[in-house]
Design a protein around this ligand. Structure first.
Ligand SMILES: *[C@@H]1O[C@H](CO)[C@@H](O)[C@H](O)[C@H]1NC(C)=O
Ligand SMILES: *[C@@H]1O[C@H](CO)[C@@H](O)[C@H](O)[C@H]1NC(C)=O
Length: 264
């Protein structure tokens, strides 16, 4: 009796596990930081035609489609989306998306298009929920050193700055702007030369819609490393000195004792 209950409990548990891990019931969640690349996972094992015909779509848009060498990229995904042919023939239908934008966030669905003798049939494979987040970081820069800000992507249009003591924002860099002489752009990185205390504050990299791609809190530090090590050195010297004093005292006491004793 007990054993039978136990067995049915086990069976229920096993069933629950099966349903939970079923690929059909799970929409995959994936997150990417804006401006980077992301892979939306997808795999097919059956119904693989040669060459396979794959489609990726959002609710409102066609994202990407491939059949052999033929491919189609949706308008919003031009030069950014791909399902590489070499891995697709092996059943890996993952969507490679480059230079991710905030507007890419949403639900993506992949389908396999199969040719039944007289009509095409579409088989749903995978649903992926993509969220896109901004970059956030804190940087410590020593006075006199260079500050480098990563723009991450060509979507970056503007960098604004708020001094630690101020509430107002000022433009410090503008793509195609003419007053960018305070910084230097190379490989999507901005360099500000020899910073001073007044460079401390918040830097925001904005896209063309004014959305923050990245927020960097910059703290300017004094070149303390050298001084700290000097202080440390002095302390250890001092430590040695104080350490040796009682020892010296003991020796002196010992010597005085032994020297004095015979005379008593
Ligand atoms: C498909 O390819 C991507 C990129 O190489 C890889 O990350 C992923 O694990 C592959 N998926 C499968 C099911 O092999
Ligand atoms: C903020 O103000 C204080 C005192 O008014 C000044 O010492 C400090 O250098 C200022 N900081 C910045 C980042 O300008």
């Amino acid at each position: 009796m007990d054993r039978r209950y136990w067995i049915s409990l086990c069976l229920l548990q096993w069933l629950a596990n099966c349903v939970g891990s079923s690929p059909l019931s799970s929409a995959i969640h994936t997150s990417s930081k804006v401006g980077l690349s992301v892979v939306l996972p997808c795999a097919v094992t059956s119904h693989l035609d040669h060459p396979p015909h794959i489609q990726w779509q959002t609710v409102q848009d066609s994202v990407f489609e491939r059949m052999g060498e033929e491919q189609f990229q949706g308008e919003a995904y031009k030069h950014r989306a791909d399902v590489p042919e070499a891995i697709l023939v092996q059943g890996n239908c993952s969507l490679f998306l480059q230079d991710v934008r905030f507007s890419d966030a949403g639900i993506y669905k992949s389908y396999l298009v199969v040719d039944e003798s007289s009509f095409q049939n579409r088989i749903f494979i995978q649903s992926v929920h993509l969220s896109v987040v901004d970059h956030k970081s804190t940087k410590y820069v020593e006075t006199g050193k260079d500050l480098t800000l990563d723009l991450y992507t060509n979507q970056a249009q503007l960098v604004i700055f708020q001094n630690s003591n101020d509430t107002a924002w000022a433009v410090v860099w503008e793509r195609d702007g003419d007053k960018n002489n305070k910084c230097h752009l190379s490989n999507n990185k901005l360099t500000f030369k020899s910073v001073t205390a007044s460079s401390a504050g918040m830097y925001k990299v904005l896209d063309s819609e004014g959305l923050a791609l990245s927020t960097v809190k910059v703290l300017i530090t004094e070149p303390v490393l050298l001084r700290e090590s000097q202080v440390l050195e002095r302390k250890t010297l001092l430590g040695k000195a104080t350490m040796s004093t009682p020892f010296l005292k003991i020796i002196i006491t010992f010597l005085t004792f032994h020297l004095v004793l015979p005379f008593n």
